[in-house]
Design a protein around this ligand. Structure first.
Ligand code: COI
Length: 355
């Protein structure tokens, strides 16, 4: 598949590139940005012409709605370069669709395809040197939209800014993570915004995650807000549990983000001989399986995190360490998925899209 280019995009190039000052081998996730960004403003009920311009600060009125009411959404995507120097995206249509679902839920205008996907295509053409070859090298893509309308009245803005910034990235986590299973705080509730990629879904996790960090855990696995008995997602990634030789993951819902990596694994794993069941996963069964030795592994799945093994979990102050496996499902799935993304294996699913 190939992305369609939009000719209606203005390009203002940066005077100088900072690419030679970047140490691509030692990147901390999300700290370095490329030379250009895409900006498109919305006002009077319509989107302006998108502009690719040098990466720089925004000037905004202090009363802009985003500062007061958090009307902000985003996406996470990645670009990969193959051995022929071609740049590829992984299921960008899914991110585009989810972005607009988030926009609707946050009472924001939908972004047209030619702005989101056409603009991204053009931006990646301009920034192609920032996508480095080799497995493990990616260009993380962060499309986002903020409410720029002025005034502190608590109602949706009538002005917005859509923007795409790019950041060269390696791994999000430097290795296995330890997690806490939530039994008090919640990430989302039925009827809420849990399924949207809304900024507030992330900031709401910072305090409970900070408490977990202080005890030596990197992440929280969220449970359903009503009973805290069902395992849902980890906030930066969806979660898979392997009991004996079957992988289980929770169905998406109003409370869980419909992760692109998650849904890809649900399709990919059976082709690798791994049985996957999408059904509610109970805290009690995971604790029981950890006690009787049938819980073999837990891993997270997300665009930034890719497939990240979980070393163990804490639940109500008891820590359960998971076994170290030679040929973990996480490793097998990660290998295949990243081979497809980097065009090292045939993409029989039609997931990869050439820029
Ligand atoms: C992603 O995986 O792209 C996300 O948006 C998660 C974020 C916490 C980095």
């Amino acid at each position: 598949m190939e992305l369609t280019t939009s000719s209606n995009i203005k390009v203002v190039t940066a005077k100088e590139s900072k690419i030679n000052s970047v140490d691509f081998e030692n990147l901390t996730f999300g700290n370095v940005f490329t030379d250009h960004m895409l900006v498109c403003d919305y006002h009077d009920g319509a989107w302006d012409q998108p502009v690719i311009m040098p990466y720089e600060s925004f000037t905004m009125d202090p009363s802009s709605r985003v500062f007061h009411y958090g009307q902000a959404i985003f996406e996470g995507m990645k670009a990969y370069k193959d051995d022929n120097d071609d740049v590829w995206l992984f299921r960008p249509d899914q991110n585009f669709e989810r972005f607009n679902k988030s926009a609707v839920r946050l009472a924001m205008p939908e972004v047209p395809e030619e702005v989101f996907l056409g603009g991204l295509h053009k931006l990646l053409e301009v920034e192609k040197d920032w996508v480095k070859k080799g497995k493990g090298n990616t260009l993380y893509i962060r499309p986002f939209m903020i409410a720029t309308g002025q005034g502190v009245i608590a109602s949706p803005s009538n002005e917005y800014r859509f923007c795409v910034i790019l950041s060269p990235a390696k791994a999000y986590y430097s290795g296995e993570v330890k997690v806490v299973i939530a039994d008090h705080y919640s990430r989302a509730a039925n009827g809420g915004i849990g399924a949207a990629k809304a900024a507030g879904n992330y900031s709401g996790q910072f305090y409970p995650t900070k408490l977990a960090n202080e005890k030596g855990f990197q992440q929280v696995i969220w449970t359903d807000d009503a009973t805290h008995t069902k395992l849902e997602e980890a906030g930066t990634m969806n979660v898979f549990f392997r009991i004996n030789d079957t992988l289980y993951t929770a169905p998406t819902s109003e409370r869980i983000l419909d992760g692109v990596t998650r849904k890809s694994i649900v399709e990919l794993a059976p082709t690798l001989g791994i049985n996957v069941e999408v059904r509610p996963v109970l805290v009690s069964e995971i604790v029981e399986a950890a006690k009787n030795g049938t819980l073999k592994e837990i891993f997270g799945a997300g665009t930034a995190a890719v497939v990240n093994p979980i070393a163990g979990f804490s639940y109500q102050d008891t820590y359960y360490e998971l076994p170290k496996l030679e040929n973990s499902f996480a490793a097998i799935i990660k290998e295949k998925l990243t081979n497809i993304q980097h065009k090292l294996d045939t993409d029989t699913f039609g997931w990869t899209v050439k820029v």
